[in-house]
Design a protein around this ligand. Structure first.
Ligand code: NAD
Length: 497
């Protein structure tokens, strides 16, 4: 592991001149594995200037050539898949298998970016007026910036810069300060794939560095993934500075269980979706809505949850890793306490979780609350830990009303054997990503990541066709070639003639 994390500016790996560094720690031990700088204002300025200068040339590079860069990149990412996953595991604590999934879901976006030529295709209509044709092009914006969270340090940077760059933009990435080593390796491999100088830069830090990007006149578009509070600030500040902004933020995802569902599948899927990655997924299931007789399955859920435990990233028996830092663990523990005080029934309590050999890890065991009501704090907040809240209802209509009243709209799922119930649910639920007997319905990259309502600020979503729209401007050309004089003198109307 590197002692300090370098910045990547104009094709050079440089040590920051900052005097402020943030320790990067192993969440299973608290061992400091690296130090990440808070880049100086001058360094952020140089990163944006390098991206702006590189844009002049990069936008002229032929589209198939840009696609070939992505082809080489996806090949290198696959060749380094396990190495990337190990770096990721060491700085996040994720189990090795889950870390591989994090890398893989990013690689899929790069595969998608290899197809950029067809994604950039415009539209044409011949003869919009006599002898006049109309056609559109998609052209890049310029310098785009991305600000990413700790919980998917491979996948989420890869949601952003490959597509933005394939579209002809240049990019400044500001990764999470909690796990910057994986994005650093991603950038090294991008360089190795043949990315020209200045096409991608990586700067580090937190709010101050983000603010420098949000207010910089040469940054045209901002992609953000992270918490609601940071997203609100970024959306307001970025749009105030007249930039294009997309913010994918927090969640409270409900899984509805109908009594006709396959019980064993429900239990298995709930354990994976509720406790996997220590609950630190924006698409984690955090609320189980048991409809009618499905309420009898809570004891089975508890039994299954009891059989799993957290552990170190290289422990093959560990179901998930530690929380990212002690503050995150303490916040979760205080929610568990609050849940007990406000009258929920804590049938499985992971507050006092110890992992042999790792006394200092940020461990929280699987925790299950029943008799949760929508008024409770544990229902109203994104806990972002391995805590499942069970709410009981009598009907699918009641489940839908509950979900649609919740301010968040990232993901949801329904487990049922009834097609009509599934059809009703997918049609009526006000959530942007719906699973039918699929607990974590994260769309593949040829679709887009379409969180709704309080989980998203903006209009064009991450990856897929929507990201191509986000990272490009449409130019529409209306053209006529004269091969004879047009009778009638000047056209004094707005109509084409
Ligand atoms: P976070 O908001 O604390 O940090 C995300 C990024 O924003 C980091 O790079 C951080 O340095 C920066 N940042 C933090 N506070 C800032 C501020 N006030 N101003 C400007 N920049 C700021 O989020 P996190 O803890 O790293 O990630 C967890 C959150 O991300 C959860 O809420 C989760 O639901 C959300 N998330 C959402 C999605 C999605 O697609 N909707 C995906 C993953 C994570």
């Amino acid at each position: 592991m590197r002692k300090t994390v370098p910045l990547y500016i104009n094709g050079e790996w440089v040590e920051s001149e900052s005097t402020r560094f943030i320790p990067v720690t192993d969440p299973a031990t608290q061992e400091v594995i690296s130090q990440v700088p808070c880049a100086t204002a001058d360094e952020v300025e140089r990163a944006v200037a390098a991206a702006a200068a590189a844009f002049t040339e990069w936008k002229e590079v032929a589209v198939p050539e840009r696609a070939r860069l992505m082809l080489r990149y996806q090949h290198l990412l696959k060749a380094h898949h396990d190495e990337l996953a190990e770096i990721l595991s060491r700085e996040t604590g994720k189990t090795f298998e889950d870390a591989k999934g994090d890398v893989w879901r990013g690689i899929e976006v790069v595969e998608h970016a290899c197809n950029i030529a067809s994604l950039l295709m415009g539209e044409t209509v011949e003869n919009v007026a006599r002898t006049i044709d109309c056609y559109s092009y998609t052209q890049p914006l310029g310098v785009c910036a991305g600000i990413t969270p700790f919980n998917f340090p491979a996948m989420i940077p890869l949601w952003m810069f490959p597509l933005a760059i394939a579209c002809g933009n240049t990019f400044v990435l500001k990764p999470s300060e909690q796990d910057p080593l994986t994005p650093t390796r991603l950038a090294e491999l991008f360089e190795e794939a043949g990315a020209p100088k200045g096409v991608l830069q990586v700067v580090h830090g937190n709010r101050e560095q983000v603010d420098n990007l949000l207010t910089h006149p040469q940054v045209k578009a901002i992609s953000f993934v992270g918490s609601v509070a940071a997203g609100e600030h970024i959306y307001r500040t970025g749009t105030h500075h007249l930039k294009r902004v997309q913010c994918m933020v927090g969640a409270k995802n409900h899984m509805v269980v109908m009594p006709d569902a396959n019980k064993q599948q429900v239990i298995n899927n709930l354990v994976g979706a509720g406790f996997g990655a220590a609950g630190q997924r924006c698409m984690a299931i955090s609320v189980v809505v048991m409809v009618g007789e499905a309420q009898a399955w809570i004891d089975d859920l508890k039994q299954a949850a009891q059989t799993i435990r957290p552990g170190a990233w290289d422990d093959p028996q560990a179901a998930y890793g530690p929380q990212i830092n002690p503050q995150a663990r303490d916040r979760i523990l205080s929610f568990i306490e609050k849940g007990k005080q406000e009258g929920a029934n804590c049938v499985l309590d992971g507050s006092h979780c110890a992992v042999e050999g790792y006394p200092d890890g940020n461990w929280v065991g699987p925790t299950l609350f029943t008799d949760v009501t929508p008024a409770m704090e544990i229902y109203r907040n994104e806990i972002f830990g391995p805590v499942l809240c069970v709410v009981n209802v009598d009907s699918l209509d009641e489940a839908l009303a509950l979900i649609n009243d919740n301010p968040m709209g990232n993901g949801t799922s329904l487990f049922t054997a009834c097609g009509a119930a599934a059809r009703k649910f997918q049609h009526e639920v006000l959530v942007g990503q719906v699973g039918i007997n699929v607990p974590v319905p994260v769309p593949l990259p040829f679709f887009s990541f379409t969180g709704w309502r309080g989980s998203f600020f903006g209009d064009q979503h991450a990856y897929g066709k929507q990201a191509v729209r986000f990272y490009t401007e449409t130019k529409t050309v209306t053209a006529r070639w004269f091969d004879e004089d047009i009778p009638g003198g000047p056209n004094m109307t707005i109509n084409l003639r």
